[in-house]
Ligand binder design. Structure first.
Ligand code: HAM
Length: 416
């Protein structure tokens, strides 16, 4: 029979790597708790329309990368390719704009994109992200960006590069897009067929194309930075100033456009020299029209999302040890009941405890204790049962002591 494998672009995550994931999740909760973000969990699938309207029909994500299917009632559903649109949908539907303050959310979970798998790029990948609503101040942009960079640094990721741009707003972008279209039409012959199609749709996407001809041609295109309205210009200047107060170095990247259509004003990406071709650790920006476009109030939003697989990659050095196990062994099956009860007491005290129930001799139980990398093996044999004690072997140093059961807790407090 053919072996059934995990679908292409997905992976199983298990020990010891899973300890790093758990460590990372704990670090996210602790760090973002300090900024008053609250966790939000939205469904893994949503109505397809949410993403086509929210992310934009012209984007690669919507055109090529969505896992869309019909359910039994002929509804079109999509496995979420990102979570910003879903968090906005959840806030509107649950009236969180009225019920919650401050409107700051973080999420951790799987996303799905029909992408070409390679190192650091998967079809099921995981993001952690944050979204802040109802605050249009440039300082909050800077705070969100600061937190992203500071969090990565605290994890021990270095060689971080922050790229920053402003992509304008509905006031200034339409006129700029016309100018960009004219420039792109003049260079049409050098553009790939995909980019030729983008001229009439969203010509900003041409800046994203990796084809040498398109990259070359787009170098002479007009830049959004030179066409911002006064409000966008002032906002962007204040973001940069606040980042300098916060000592966050950045590089202005006037061709940074991001792959999703909802962005207005600030856009940013963080890359790491420690990664290969897929070097984007995180990306985000402001989206001041999205909430209204999805049926909510006219309210500002900003956020970012980071790829967890990419954050884990540079963390090879991270020591995220598994549980420190106490292995309870019994010299004879007649002492199994005592062993079971001892294990229960120890677990109540908070220790991870393992018993081998297969009734094997002590030698085999010790072998098993070694295999599961137990820290201590606690033996209940004839002598121990008679004297109300337990023998404890430190599996690393091989030292052994025998202590009375009533002193066990005290001993563990000192030696565990
Ligand atoms: P994004 O740039 O599409 O933005 O994705 C954010 C991050 O997710 C990327 O920087 C990358 O680390 C990771 N990522 C994306 N695709 C893959 C993949 N196929 N495999 C592994 N990792 C991947 C968003 O998703 C926006 N929702 C971010 C945002 C939040 N903007 C405002 N709020």
């Amino acid at each position: 029979m053919n072996e059934i494998k995990a679908p292409k672009g997905t992976r199983d995550i298990f020990a010891p790597e899973i300890y790093k994931w758990q460590y990372l999740e704990g670090a996210i909760r602790a760090y973002y708790g300090k900024f008053l973000y609250q966790e939000i969990r939205t469904p893994i699938f949503e109505h397809s329309e949410l993403f086509s309207r929210g992310i934009g029909d012209e984007t690669e994500v919507v055109q090529k990368e969505m896992y869309t299917f019909k359910d039994k009632a002929d509804r079109s559903l999509t496995l979420r390719p990102e979570n910003t649109a879903a968090v906005v949908r959840a806030a509107i539907e649950n009236k969180l704009f009225e019920a919650m303050a401050p409107l700051r959310f973080y999420y951790i979970g799987p996303m799905f994109r029909y992408d070409k798998p390679q190192k650091g790029r998967y079809r099921q990948f995981h993001q952690f992200g944050v979204e802040v609503f109802a605050d249009d101040s440039p300082q909050v942009d800077a705070e969100v960006i600061f937190s992203a960079v500071d969090f990565l640094k605290k994890l021990g990721i270095d060689q971080i590069q922050l790229d920053l741009n402003s992509v304008g707003c509905p006031q200034c972008r339409p006129a700029y897009l016309q100018t960009l279209r004219q420039a792109a039409r003049a260079e049409e012959a050098r553009l790939c067929p995909d980019c030729r199609r983008k001229i009439d749709g969203n010509p900003l996407r041409i800046f994203d194309c990796k084809q040498p001809g398109c990259a070359e041609a787009s170098r002479s295109f007009p830049l959004i930075g030179d066409h911002l309205c006064a409000e966008c210009r002032d906002h962007f200047a204040a973001v940069r100033e606040t980042l300098s107060w916060m000592n966050v170095p950045f590089r202005l990247e006037p061709r940074l456009v991001r792959g999703l259509d909802y962005y207005t004003k600030t856009a940013f990406e963080v890359t790491s020299g420690q990664l290969g071709a897929q070097n984007a650790l995180l990306g985000g920006g402001r989206y001041n029209s999205l909430i209204h476009e999805l049926g909510g109030p006219d309210m500002a939003g900003i956020g970012f999302a980071a790829g967890r697989e990419r954050i884990i990659l540079p963390l090879e050095h991270l020591e995220a040890p598994g549980p420190k196990v106490l292995f309870v062994a019994y010299g004879d099956t007649q002492w199994l009941a005592h062993a079971v009860q001892l294990a229960e007491v120890l677990r109540e005290e908070g220790y991870p405890v393992y018993i081998d129930y297969q009734g094997r001799n002590l030698k085999k139980q010790f072998k098993k204790a070694d295999r599961i990398a137990a820290a201590f093996t606690l033996v209940l044999g004839d002598d121990e049962i008679k004297s109300g004690s337990v023998s404890i072997k430190n599996m690393a140093s091989q030292e052994q002591v025998k202590i009375s059961l009533k002193d066990l807790n005290e001993w563990l407090k000192k030696n565990y």
